[in-house]
Design a protein around this ligand. Structure first.
Ligand code: IDP
Ligand code: MG
Length: 145
C-alpha cells in the first residue's frame, strides 16, 4: 500500500482567523493521522528553502513576507495517498475558484493582495513531501522525515 506522509502548513491567515482546529478537523475526519505538529515563526531562510521553486516569480517576495507575518502551524499527516488526498481537501490555489467543500473554497477568498492568501499549504508530490518534512522538522525526533 502507498502509505505516505505529507507536510501541511496552516498559513498565517489561517492562524490569525483561528482556523487551526478547523484544518486539523478536516484532516482527521477524512481519516488521516496527525503524526507531528508544531507552531513556528518562520524566518526567511526556512521559507527560501520551502519555496525555492517560486524564487524569481512576481509573487515570491510578497509570499515570503506574508508567510513571515505571523506564526504557522506545521503538521505531518500520514495515510494511504495522503499527499493527493490533502491536495483535494485543500482545493486549488485560487480561493475564488476553489470548489466549495474544500478548505480554500469554504474558508478563503480573494483579499486583493499581491499574494494569494489561501489558509493552507500541502506538499504536491512524494519528493516535495520528503524535502519539506526535512525542512520543517529537521531538528525533531528522528524518523519523522
Ligand atoms: P499551491 O500552494 O496550491 O501548491 P503554488 O503554485 O505552489 O500553489 O504557490 C505557492 C503559494 O504562492 C500559493 O499557495 C499562493 O499562496 C501563492 N501564489 C501562487 N500563485 C500565485 C499567483 O499567481 N499570485 C499570487 N500568489 C500566488
Ligand atoms: Mg505548491
Amino acid at each position: 500500500m502507498t502509505l505516505e506522509r505529507t507536510l501541511i502548513l496552516v498559513k498565517p491567515d489561517g492562524v490569525r482567523r483561528n482556523l487551526i482546529g478547523e484544518v486539523i478537523r478536516r484532516v482527521e475526519t477524512k481519516g488521516y493521522n496527525v503524526v507531528a505538529l508544531k507552531m513556528v515563526q518562520a524566518d526567511r531562510s526556512i521559507l527560501a528553502a520551502h519555496y525555492a521553486e517560486h524564487e524569481g516569480k512576481p509573487f515570491y517576495e510578497p509570499l515570503v513576507e506574508f508567510m513571515m507575518s505571523g506564526p504557522v502551524v506545521a503538521i505531518i499527516a500520514e495515510g494511504n495517498r495522503v499527499i493527493e488526498g490533502f491536495r483535494k481537501l485543500a482545493g486549488v490555489t485560487d480561493p475564488t475558484v476553489a470548489e466549495p467543500g474544500t478548505i480554500r473554497g469554504d474558508l478563503a477568498r480573494d483579499q486583493g493582495t499581491k499574494v494569494v492568501q489561501n489558509i493552507v499549504h500541502g506538499s504536491d508530490s512524494a519528493e516535495s513531501a520528503a524535502r519539506e518534512i526535512g525542512i520543517w522538522f529537521a531538528t525533531d525526533v528522528k524518523g519523522l522525515a
